[in-house]
Design a protein around this ligand. Structure first.
Ligand code: 4NP
Length: 158
């Protein structure tokens, strides 16, 4: 299984989701079975490390984002990944506009996996530190739901 998280800049929300899912899959012994990546719909931050506020908030929960570097969404991602998961509705609209007609992947909002239909992970970039903790709380609950869905497709029970 291959999972791609998508936000606007690929320096706050989607790298946080990538680090959180990897952290939880390692704890579940499933890290070898799932490829995880993240990207941005925009290109402003390509090549940059995650925002230092996102990295600091994640580090407080034992999640290391230091090795990640931003990249932009590419058409080929619709073939490379089984799940393309947007953080907010703008990201989802951009994904749906670029999605090839024959795309087989699941393209949707990440927070659907937290049982929160139509909910978005708010962009923390222009806000304070608390916004980064809120991002972590939201992506943590959605990561748990996504792992259940992945278990179903991988045929592994908890
Ligand atoms: P992200 O946050 O989409 O969660 O990575 C943002 C990062 C940068 C900008 C906007 C959102 N920006 O406008 O530069």
């Amino acid at each position: 299984m291959r999972v791609l998280f998508v936000c606007l800049g690929n320096i706050c929300r989607s790298p946080t989701a990538e680090g959180m899912l990897r952290h939880k899959l390692e704890a579940a012994g499933l890290a070898e079975r799932v490829t995880i990546d993240s990207c941005g719909t925009g290109d402003w931050h390509v090549g940059k490390a995650p925002d230092r506020r996102a990295a600091a908030a994640a580090a407080e929960r034992g999640i290391d984002l230091s090795g990640l570097r931003a990249r932009q969404l590419d058409r080929a991602d619709f073939e490379r990944f089984d799940y393309l998961l947007a953080m907010d509705h703008d990201n989802l609209d951009d994904l749906l506009a670029m999605r090839p007609g024959d795309c087989q992947a699941h393209v949707g909002l990440f927070l659907d996996f937290a049982g929160r239909r139509e909910a978005a992970v708010p962009d923390p970039y222009y806000g304070g530190e608390a916004g980064f903790d809120e991002v972590l709380d939201l992506v943590e609950s959605a990561a748990d739901g996504l792992i259940e869905a992945l278990r179903g497709r991988l045929g592994t029970s908890p």
